[in-house]
Write a protein that binds this ligand. Sequence first.
Ligand code: MG
Length: 452
Amino acid sequence: MRDKRLFGTRGIRGPIATKVTPELMLKLGLALATHVGEGEIVVGRDTRTSGEMLQHAFMAGVLAGGCDVVDIGLAPSPCVAFTTKELGAKAGAIITASHNPPPDNGVAFYGADGMEYLPSQELDIEDLVLNEKLKLAGWDSLGRVRSYPRATSRYIEAIKRAVKVKRGFKVVVDCANGSGSVVTPYLLRELGCKVMTLNSHPDGHFPGRAVEPQPWNLGDLMNTVREVGADAGFAHDGDADRFAAVDENGKFIKHDALIALFARLAVGAEKGGKVVTSINTSVAIEEVVAEAGGRTIRTALGDIHAAMLEHGAIFAGEPGKIIFPEFGRWIDGVYGVAKMLELMSLEGKPLSRIVASVPDYPMYHEDFSCPDERKAGFMENIRKYMLEEVDGIRDILDIDGLRVNRKDGSWLLIRVSGTEPKARMVLEGRTRAGAERLRDIGLRGIKKFLKQ
Ligand code: MG
């Protein structure tokens, strides 16, 4: 496949001053309308200060292309996906830059079934924009706009119907002042929870915290959960396709543990089935899935959507991005929060004890600078090196860099990023000493082939 020039791993993102300009958004709206031909396109936005400006430019493009707009305004990304599917629209678009800094914005597209556009579809859109193949509708077939303010309440209702939460929990939720603010606190209350909110009024300056839901940004959430004696804490990124959770002790729950817990829940409910996860996650996922009678399939980073379809998976997740196919084919952080409450309700134990039922092995993640022009040569060398230096190899995965799985369950992955000038090393040992030994092997290779 040829390289994408406008799109990154998810949609288009960048500074509004230089990349994601109103002019580009107009062209992208026209391109999406040209791509789908006719019918309705659902459009929403997150809380960024540039959201209204860019949404209107985008919608003008859609109308000029002869498609109608269903304007749902401020909404989480998964709510745009849900509404697209629910209304039988041709496509959906969310104006968001996810967890990028406040001066950035962007857009991501969803197909009629609510699934995020695959790379091949994004290339089709790029081709229309870059090669001036945009098609303007005539004066008598221009699109119309209808606003659909019920989108968020319909989404909340659908999630309430889909999960079973038997008792009310005390929870703290931190929406990062993003678009989760207009949904998640209300959903939690309707699920019977006593809800305390942090950073849960929409504000595109993101005054509360950095938007990415990582432990180093969630100090206030962790402290508040402890101080008020809550059962759990939840956090979103700017558009609420992602979520993070902390247990009743205010401890951050690792993304891989969340994937393992939900994968096991899905396999248990279906009495088997396939689970998709990315190449960089813990072997604990395979272990709990196998124990529950399911099978794990690993994919390249960014490929979980396509793999989910190909294998008919009942669950798919990579760190921070979880798809619950029983509800929809999109990454959904709001549904994820509700599902966590369902799990807590089902197990009837403190969240820390539920998480403790997933094996926790020592892992390392490290990034190294690797200019794009050196990536291919580096991977060739490091491959040979890893196959020679790592002992006790059980099997290898080479779908995205090289992951060497050892017979004892430990593994070493070295890959190059598709979006940044970086090489990444991830590894997991059965013991701290085992992990450190693998780390030494990895670092020696990286020093030899990268840092020269
Ligand atoms: Mg996001």
